[in-house]
Design a protein around this ligand. Structure first.
Ligand code: TYM
Length: 329
């Protein structure tokens, strides 16, 4: 049986990018694998949430996970900060990570560029904490979106480096996973780039029908095709990509054909897309509202998840400490 692990930072509500990038694939894998899914609340500290927001974000994301189909009986669903073995393991791993390689990661370089006033060391060592999350359960597969590919590459590098350094074959190579296909990059509604929490271009699992319709109707388009079979511009390609995820295949081919013969009306395309998103999201949103106020259930789920995660993490940490050479007198 393979070990599957994934996680999401608790910095806001889940959007369709998170759902299709990480959650949906994970949900499909719960029956036949040893599964861990967690809320990366330590990672969220790089953005300095208030104490109130820190807790509420964790609670919200937990409710959203459950509503999206993660099953606490089948998987270990846990909060990162409930597992003290993770930061200890991170401390051990960070000694074997080089400042130069961390400075060269795309996400770090982006932060340096976009928020030069706050380049904290947590941002620099972010991939090490992420590697600790993954390697502490010796995961085989990590369902993630395309944007996490480089972080996964770092985790593999740290795993191999540890094995090499201590002449062991302890860690496996964790593989970024999307059922043998390319990793998913769900685009935003603003014509370019990916759907993101900070970009303000996202469709959220908790969005109500009206909000979804408004957001989709406002999505960026172009002036329309004028010659048959002309190449599809990025904003329209993005709408097709989202349609591919939420609509019936024949709906997508219908609009693609309309584009190809220049008879497409973007208003119709958007209306159809909005309705398909509403249909997709509504049952999830209804489950979220049912779960979010059930404190007792959320407590039970996180406690059970933490127990399962700690059982697995403490075993790895014990082995790693021995391999490194820590001994008690
Ligand atoms: P985060 O919270 O930014 O995103 C969580 C997951 O959602 C995916 N995702 C997307 N996928 C497709 N299209 C998009 N537009 C899109 N936006 C986000 C991400 O790829 C990710 O899979 N560092 C991680 C959290 C983390 C983690 C881990 C993940 C910490 N430790 C260990 C896996 C394993 C992060 O910030 O993801």
């Amino acid at each position: 049986m393979e070990t599957v692990l994934s996680g999401i930072r608790s910095t806001g509500n889940l959007h369709l990018g998170n759902y299709f990038g990480a959650v949906r694939n994970f949900v499909k894998m719960q029956d036949n694998n040893n599964c861990f899914f967690f809320i990366a609340d330590y990672h969220s500290l790089t953005t300095y949430p208030t104490p109130h927001d820190l807790h509420n974000n964790v609670k919200m994301v937990l409710a959203e996970y459950l509503a999206a189909g993660l099953d606490p009986e089948k998987s270990a669903i846990f909060v990162q900060s409930d597992v003290p073995e993770i930061p200890e393991f991170y401390l051990l791993l960070v000694m074997n990570a080089y400042v130069g390689e961390l400075e060269r990661t795309t996400t770090f370089k982006d932060k340096v560029r976009t928020q030069p006033e706050n380049v904290n060391a947590g941002l620099l060592t972010y991939p090490v904490l992420m590697a600790a999350d993954i390697l502490i359960h010796n995961a085989d597969k990590v369902p993630v979106g395309k944007d996490q590919e480089q972080n996964l590459e770092m985790a593999r590098k740290f795993a191999r480096r540890f094995n090499h350094m201590y002449k062991v074959d302890y860690f496996k190579d964790p593989e970024p996973y999307n059922f043998g296909e390319d990793l998913v990059k769900v685009p935003g509604l603003d014509g370019s780039g990916k759907m993101g929490k900070t970009a303000g271009n996202g469709l959220y699992l908790i969005d109500d029908d009206k909000t979804i319709r408004q957001k989709v109707m406002r999505a960026v388009t172009d002036s329309g095709p004028t010659t048959p079979n002309s190449p599809v511009s990025e904003p329209i390609q993005n709408l097709f990509l989202i349609m591919n995820l939420v609509s019936q295949p024949e709906t997508l081919s219908f609009y693609k054909e309309k584009y190809a013969d220049c008879s497409i009306r973007y208003g119709d395309l958007k209306k159809q897309l909005a309705e398909d998103i509403v249909t997709y999201i509504t049952p999830i949103r209804e489950r979220i509202t049912g779960i979010i106020n059930d404190e007792a259930y959320l407590r039970k789920v996180s406690k059970l998840g933490a127990e399962k995660a700690r059982a697995s993490a403490s075993k790895t940490l014990k082995d790693v400490r021995e391999i490194i050479g820590f001994k008690t007198f």
